[in-house]
Design a protein around this ligand. Structure first.
Ligand code: DC
Length: 219
């Protein structure tokens, strides 16, 4: 079974998806982390994303691995733990442009489908319910007020020792949503049959239980 959770940046998708997966005993896949890994590799290798030869060469060389153990979730890029590095402001600034490139999307979607073909999965991203798994059994689309989202992002950044103002973060989030929603391939968009959950005034526990209730009700 696939449970798709999509929505704009910092709406609580990752934490919610993780909680839902834990309660159901499913695996959880953060597809944004995969695009962040590619972005980190692009930046490290100095690859020009407009040069498809360079990009294809890089994509053929990178190996993204996700390890889930005892509630921890670690992302490895070519065997190196990059869980913190992929959340850096530099990666965040560049990830929308990298994830808009056709070759990158094709490679990541292939990887996502392969992972989910083996097991029940809660998958979180921007295009899961529209493109990656249009036939997912359950589709949710999370939204939240941009100020609240900026506050949440600030806390995430503080946890890795980065400091940014709410105003700057709100601007970043809006710019990224605009970019992600207006790109040509697989734009951020609510699937017609997705259930919208506004998380502005919800705690993580409430978000998780709302989704679990809907799943139990429909099954
Ligand atoms: O969820 P996040 O903020 O970590 O995602 C980082 C970026 O990756 C986001 O700005 C757009 C891109 N992304 C995407 O294009 N498709 C997905 N399924 C997930 C993320």
């Amino acid at each position: 079974m696939i449970i798709a959770i999509d929505g704009p940046a910092a709406t609580g998708k990752s934490t919610t998806a993780k909680g839902v997966a834990q309660q159901l005993g499913f695996i959880y896949l953060d597809t944004g982390a995969m695009y962040r890994c590619v972005t980190l590799a692009v930046l490290k290798e100095g690859v020009d994303i407009k040069n498809s030869d360079q990009l294809n060469d890089l994509l053929s060389k990178i190996d993204i691995d996700i390890k889930m153990e005892d509630g921890s979730y670690e992302i490895f890029l070519n065997s190196e733990d990059v869980s913190a590095e992929i959340r850096s402001p530099e990666v965040t600034r560049n990830v929308s442009a990298v994830s808009a490139v056709k070759e990158v999307r094709q490679a990541m979607v292939r990887h996502q489908r392969l992972i989910a073909s083996k097991t029940d999965c809660v998958m979180e991203g921007r295009d899961i319910g529209t493109v990656v798994f249009p036939n997912a059994e359950f589709k949710f689309f999370l939204i939240a007020d941009s100020y609240v989202r900026a506050e949440r992002r600030r806390k995430d950044l503080q946890a890795i020792g980065e400091e940014k103002s709410i105003e700057e973060l709100e601007e970043d989030i809006k710019r990224r949503d605009e970019y992600d929603s207006s790109r040509e391939i697989s734009p951020l968009k609510k699937a017609e049959d997705a259930i919208v959950i506004d998380t502005t005034y919800l705690s993580i526990d409430e978000q998780v239980s709302r989704i679990i209730e809907i799943i139990n009700m429909k099954q």
